[in-house]
Design a protein around this ligand. Sequence first.
Ligand SMILES: Cc1cc2nc3c(=O)[nH]c(=O)nc-3n(C[C@H](O)[C@H](O)[C@H](O)COP(=O)(O)OP(=O)(O)OC[C@H]3O[C@@H](n4cnc5c(N)ncnc54)[C@H](O)[C@@H]3O)c2cc1C
Length: 462
Amino acid sequence: MSAQFDIAVIGAGVVGSAIARDLSRYDLKVVLLEANTDLGDESSKGNSALMTEGHDTPAGSLERDLVVRGYQRYMTEAPQLGLPMRKTGAIMLAWTDEQRATVEKLVEEVHSEGFHNVHLLEGYEVARRWPQFRPGVLCAQWMPDEIIADPFSTPYAYVLDAVTNGVAFWRPWRVSRAERNARGWRLSNNRGDVLDAGLVINAGGIRADMVESLVGHSDFVMRPRRGQYILLDKPARAIHDIIAYPTPTPASRGILISPTIFGNVLVGPTAEEVEDRDDRGVTEAGLRALRQAIDDMVPSLRGMPVNTIYAGMRPATNHSDYQIIPRFDERWLTVAGIRSTGFSGALGIAEHVMSLVFPNVFDKQPVNPVRGVRVPDLSETSIRPWADPEKIGADPAYTDMLCHCERISVGEVRDALNSPVPPASIKALKRRTRAMFGRCQGFYCGARVQAMFDEAKVKRDA
Ligand SMILES: Cc1cc2nc3c(=O)[nH]c(=O)nc-3n(C[C@H](O)[C@H](O)[C@H](O)COP(=O)(O)OP(=O)(O)OC[C@H]3O[C@@H](n4cnc5c(N)ncnc54)[C@H](O)[C@@H]3O)c2cc1C
């Protein structure tokens, strides 16, 4: 007999993971299905990790409502999960009269929409507080509540919480077939495994349209939008430590320059519609645009050493708003088109999904108490385990340095490998620990990290 579930969530990106976590509060059998070997391995791994309040989303859209709510929830729940964040604030800069007019209008607009902690700063004030910007700033929109957070630990924390509270997490499990049955759906993968679910939630991100096509839906067309990045090495943060972007044009929000929670400086993303949703290549034109953004905004970052270059893919569609489509007569819920704000909006989206599922499909109340989980704080501004007397006193493995660039100890890598949701690849282990993320990109520590990974895998598989 096939496994029976009340709800199957397809896709362990940040959105599906947040939904699975909220579902774990109910007395239901839930499975989270992920095509890749690890969670957060598609759109959710290549973003800017800005937790935005929502004023840069279209007023009146579902996206605006859910990002505003997602930000509020994150402020409360991220600390409970051990997730780090830094309120660096964000600034939108104007150098020309035309840009000045746009910034003034935007400040007025966001005030009228209820975002009161957004301010218009004159150029002299900007120059006084942030001398790194190219001279000649006329004015700026200053948003002190904007936040940088951890893009990798966030979906991991959601999945860990979901699993700890009873959700099954199956991976790699790519749904390749869906057949309607009396209760809901029978889902299969290419290995011939099957399961039955009373409700299916499609949170397939950049591949959500392919999942929809399995059941004959075609409400949207994917328009993958690539975003390329340059990640500057840590000394850059001494020069620049605020989220900064140029005045947007009707065509683009522009390339931002922002510190990361791990202590680097990120330049990007570009915004290019591409044919191939898997084309995460970095191009010469992309790099040129990123370098130009440095020259245009923070010229003193020119020549700073580069850690790495990479690209992410936004799961954009032909619609401008999120595509959250309930079809409860069919026992199907689509949660797609979460293109540029899903990191911020995920908890708002999850809450919205709960309001649709309960009581429309299941008449249930959340079950309490929830068993809380915490993930390691990987931020550069936290006390690292090797610097924590209590930790090293209790366990000398935290002093045995493995990754010298990022200063990650054997103890931290061991803990990540022993997680109830262990990383299934070296890349996933990097995202859980920061090991190999530094300047040498694993050149010195890679072999030792690989050996620890292999040993843990052999033990798990035994
Ligand atoms: C360049 C860039 C910058 C961004 N910056 C920000 C930012 O600063 N702040 C912000 O809030 N947001 C940002 N975003 C947006 C954010 O990253 C996305 O909105 C979010 O990651 C979308 O998450 P998701 O879960 O919908 O999709 P995904 O992360 O793509 O997850 C979907 C999952 O579904 C799985 N899947 C697909 N098909 C199947 C199947 N058949 N069976 C099983 N599993 C399947 C996939 O493997 C994948 O893991 C940015 C995005 C990009 C690309």
